[in-house]
Design a protein around this ligand. Sequence first.
Ligand code: ATP
Ligand code: MG
Length: 583
Amino acid sequence: MIPIRSYLRLFSGYLRPFRRTAVLLAVVLFTAIGLQLVNPQLIKAFIDGAIAGDDFSSLVPIAVAFMVIAVINQGLMVWATYLAEQVGWSATNQMRVDLADHVLHLDMGFHKSTSPGALIERIDGDVTALSNFFSSMIIKVIGNAVLILGIMVLLWRESWIIGLSVSVLILITFIGLFRLHGVTVPWQKAIRATSAEMYGFIGEQIDGTEDIEANGATGYMISRFDAIQRRWLPETVRGWTGWAMMWSAAMTLYFASLAVGFVLGAWQFTTGILTIGGVYIVLQYIQMVHRPVEQIREELIDLQKAGASIERVQELFDRESQLTRRDSKTLPSGPLAVGFESVTFSYNDDGGKETVLDDVNFSIAPGRVVGLLGRTGSGKSTIARLLTHLHEPQQGSVQIGGHDTRDIDLVDLRHRVAMVTQDVQLFRATIRENLTFFDPTISDDRLHEVIERLELADWLGSLPNGLDTVLESGSGGLSAGQAQLLAFTRVFLRDPGVVVLDEASSRLDPATEALLERAIDHLLEDRTAIVIAHRLSTVNRADDIIILDDGRVIEAGRRKDLAAAPESLLSSLLATGMEEVLA
Ligand code: ATP
Ligand code: MG
C-alpha cells in the first residue's frame, strides 16, 4: 500500500513551514480541476446550439470562453506543479542536511561498515524519492482522484445508467490495481536494494583503483561486478513486468468504458434521452477519466518505490551512535593525565569474540611521554582510537584528565586530545586551510609563529605560493615526511593537552627525519604524549615504556629502569635492534 502514514510520521515536521504554500497549492489545483470539468459542458452547449440552428452571435462567445478556460487551466496546472515541486524540494533539502548531520555524529563502527557510495545513495537517492513522493502525491494522486470524482458526478447527471456502468468499471480497475500494487512492492524493494549495493560497490572500486590494478585484482573485481549485475537484471525484469501488468489493467478499463459509452450512448440517443451534445459529453468524460487513472497507476509505482526509501531513511535516522555521550565534563588547559582501567575492547559488539584489548591497565601522569611498543596488530592504534572516543570499550574505562571519556564533552575532548595517525589525510585545499582545518579565526601570524617554531619556514618558503599553495587530495602530492610535518603543525595550532602520535613506519631521508625529530620535540613539550614508536630514536625520547602483545600489556615502567634491567623485554629489544623483533 501507499506508505502515507510512515511518510507523514517522517516528513510532517519538514512540511510544517510550508503550510501557506500548501493552502495556495490546494486552491490553485482545485480551481484548475474545476475548469477542466466545465469545458466539455461548453462544447455540449455549442453542439446542441449549432444543431438547433442557433445564431452565430450566440455560438461565438461559447467558443471564446472554451479557449480562454483551456488556456487558464493549463497555466494553473503549471503553477500547481511548480508549487508542489518547490515545497517537496525545500522540505527534503532540510532533511538532507539533518541526515548528513546525523550520520556525521555516528560512531566509527557505522562508517567502517557503510561504503561511501551506499551512504550517498541513502542521503541523496532515497531523499530525492521522498521529494518526488510529495509532488506526485499531491498533484497526481489527490488531484486526479478529485478529477475522477467530478467526472463521475457529471456523468451521472448526464445519464445515470452510463454513470453507473463507468463507475463500476473504474472501481473494479482500482481494486485490481491495488491488488497488483501489493504484489509488486517487494519487487521494487529488491531493485532498490541491489542498486544501492551496486553503487556502493562501484564507489569502493573507484576509491581503490590503484591497489586493485597494482595487485592484479581487476579480473576478480569485474567478476564481482558481473555477479551483482546478474542479480540485478532478473529483478529489474520482474519489476517491469509488474509495471506492464498494471498498464494492461488500465488499458482494459479504458476500452471497456469507451465501448460502454458508445453502446449506451447510441441507445439513449435513439430513445431520445440524450442529445447529440449529451452523447459527445459522455464520450468526452470517459476519455478524460482515462488519463487520471493512468497517472494514478504510474504514481503507484513511484510511491511504492518511495515506500522503500522512507523505510531506509527512517532506519538511518533511528541508527543511534554506539558511543555513550554525556557531555557533562570539560577539560582544563595544560597537560592532562591519561588512564586505562581494566579496558577490554573488541571492534564488533555482537559476538565480541575477537578481543583486541584484554584487560589493559596503565596510567600516565600529566606531561609524561610514553613510548608504546608492540608487534603489528597488537592493538596500539586501537588504544589511540579509544583515547579520542572514536570507539568505546565494552568493559572498563578510559580516562582523560581524571574523567571517563564518556562523560567529557565530545567537542572539548576532540579539541584537547590530538591524534596524528600513520596516514595523514589532506584535503584538496590550500596549505593554510589544511593546517587550520578551515578555521578562519586562526590568523596568519599565529600560523607563521607555529611554523617558525617547528622549523618549517624553509620548507614553506620553497613552495610556489607559500600558504596559498593548493594541495591535491589524498596524499596531496607531498612526501610522507612532509605530510607528517603538516599534521604536526595542525596539532600544534590546537594546543592539545594530550598528543597521540602513531608514528609513520616508513623510512624517511635523514634530512627530513632530523626535521621531524625536532618538530616532535617541540610538539611534545609540556604535553602528555603517547608515542606509538617504530624507531629507536623515538623510544629514546620516552620517559616511560609500555609494551603490548596481543592486546595485553606485557611490560611497563620507566624507560631508564627497563633499559638497565638485563632481563627486561625492552633491553632485549634494544640489544637486537627493535625493528627485527617487532616486525
Ligand atoms: P600496526 O603496528 O600494524 O599499526 P596496531 O598495533 O596499531 O598495528 P591495531 O590497528 O590496533 O594494531 O589493530 C589491533 C587488532 O584489531 C588487529 O587484529 C586488527 O585486525 C583489529 N582491527 C583494527 N581495526 C579494526 C576495525 N576497524 N574493525 C575490526 N577490527 C579491527
Ligand atoms: Mg597501528
